[in-house]
Design a protein around this ligand. Structure first.
Ligand code: CMP
Length: 454
């Protein structure tokens, strides 16, 4: 049994999709213009029918994915296929012209049965869906992982364009079929282009009226197309408008957020400098993180995925913080899961000397300055990969210095309780941090009492 998500099946589906599209375009044109195919094209079309035939056989041998369960049972697979797509697939694949000579002559339908090949177009919906998702390898429990290769909104847009173009083409062919004397002295291309023009102007409800129905059947057809046109036009335009506005939904949400912030600033009568800082914080949020609130997404994820995602997301942090690089895997996982992201702009005070400590910080991007509040002395500049805020947590005291962002900074915070717990369970981590804290303390006291250390 073939796995329905196997990469080979996907490539095959893509191939079948291209073949269906070819027939969906070519068959109606041939039916209305009645031209003869060259030998080469004839072979090509036979080949496509063989592809369709092979597809029927493959479908009998492809397992079914139902409610995330893979059904291999041949009986069920056969029954399901027979009840669903088999008839359509069979009719479009069966070479009636080879086997049904008698049938054709008897009923006098010859060529018209080729229209059965169009039946397959209804399967395009399903195939289209599968094209959006690309299968990548098999995972441990024999399921193929599906990866979205096209954004769903863009995909829907492509789908609309595909279907409306195909539909306009069919309507144009129908028009030619009903009026064989439509521009009889012109060549096929001109007649087709004019008919397509009629189809598009009627479907889009523009209807210039330069091409008008003459016979009764044309008039009835035109009315039908007009009514369909209004429906399709409304549906398509409505959907496209929603799609386009949704394409950049994060920007729209962000803009709405800025408006709310502006109203808040006005309502609370905040001074201009504070208002500007709030605004620039949000503009930075947009520029650096595309307005995505990581914490919100975070809270919704189940813990199993959370660990893997956080390991992936904090890859950079783990690679820049020297301590993490050599830390055991369990510690990394434990710490990484508890980290909360935030960022600061140049000049922002992250905390002040004398504050009550709540967190320890890991600096993933940018640099911060460690400043003594009363003297204004710069004790140190910490670069990406450093951590700070550990001293007061270890000593259970107040912050020993002020930390100010020297540039834009991405930081991750670890809450006090989790910090203490992790220190308890990982003595190596505790020793490492305590060692650095001791060193910093010595450095602080040597700077505040320079003579004593001499
Ligand atoms: P904490 O006392 O919680 O708050 C201020 C932080 O600045 C402190 O923890 C250390 O992480 C950091 N710090 C203090 N002194 C120094 C120093 N001399 N060099 C580097 N970092 C320091």
């Amino acid at each position: 049994m073939i796995h329905p998500n196997s990469p080979y099946k996907r490539i095959w589906d893509l191939f079948v999709f291209v073949c269906i599209t070819y027939f969906a375009i070519e068959v109606p044109v041939r039916l209305v213009f009645h031209y003869k195919l060259s030998a080469g094209v004839n072979y090509f079309e036979r080949a496509i029918q063989i592809v369709f035939g092979i597809d029927v056989i493959l479908n009998f041998n492809t397992a079914i994915l139902k409610d995330r369960l893979l059904i291999h049972n041949r009986k069920i697979v056969t029954k399901t296929y027979l009840r669903s797509w088999f008839l359509i697939d069979f009719l479009s694949a069966f070479p009636f012209d080879l086997f049904g000579g008698f049938f054709f002559q008897y009923f006098g339908v010859t060529d018209s049965l080729k229209i059965l090949r169009l039946l397959r177009s209804v399967r395009v919906f399903e195939l289209f869906k599968s094209l959006r998702l690309l299968a990548l390898g098999a995972d441990s429990d024999d399921r193929f992982k599906l990866v979205e290769v096209i954004n769903p909104m863009t995909f829907r847009l492509i789908f609309f364009v595909y279907w409306t173009s195909l539909f306009a083409h069919w309507v144009a062919c129908g028009w030619i079929h009903l009026g064989p004397d439509f521009l009889p002295d012109k060549d096929i291309t001109t007649r087709y282009i004019r008919a397509l023009y009629w189809s598009v102007t009627t479907l889009t409800t523009i209807g210039y009226g330069d091409i008008t129905p003459v016979t009764n059947s044309q008039t009835i057809y035109t009315m039908g197309v007009m009514i369909l046109g209004v429906g399709i036009y409304g549906y398509v335009i409505g959907n496209i408008a929603t799609l386009l506005s949704n394409l950049d939904i994060s920007r729209v949400t962000f803009q709405e957020k800025l408006n709310t912030i502006d109203s808040f600033i006005k309502y609370k009568k905040l001074p201009p400098n504070l208002a500007n800082r709030i605004r620039s914080y949000y503009v930075n949020l947009w520029e650096n993180k595309h307005g995505i609130d990581e914490t919100e997404i975070w809270n919704q994820l189940p813990s199993g995925i959370k660990i893997d995602v956080s390991m992936f997301l904090h890859n950079h942090l783990i690679s820049v913080v020297p301590f993490f690089k050599n830390a055991p895997e369990e510690l990394k996982r434990e710490v990484v899961l508890e980290l909360k992201p935030s960022f600061y702009m140049k000049g922002d005070v992250i905390f002040r000397e004398g504050d009550v400590p709540h967190n320890m910080y890991f600096l993933s991007k940018g640099h911060v300055e460690v400043i003594k509040e009363n003297s204004g002395e710069l004790l140190a500049t910490l670069n990406s990969g450093s951590f700070f805020g550990e001293m007061s947590l270890i000593d259970d005291s107040l912050r020993t210095a002020t930390i100010r962002a020297g540039s834009y900074c991405d930081v991750y915070t670890l809450g006090k309780d989790r910090f203490n717990e992790i220190l308890k369970h990982h003595p190596d981590f505790a020793k490492h941090i305590q060692g650095i804290a001791e060193e910093r303390k010595r450095n602080q006291s040597s700077k505040s009492h320079p003579k004593e250390t001499k």
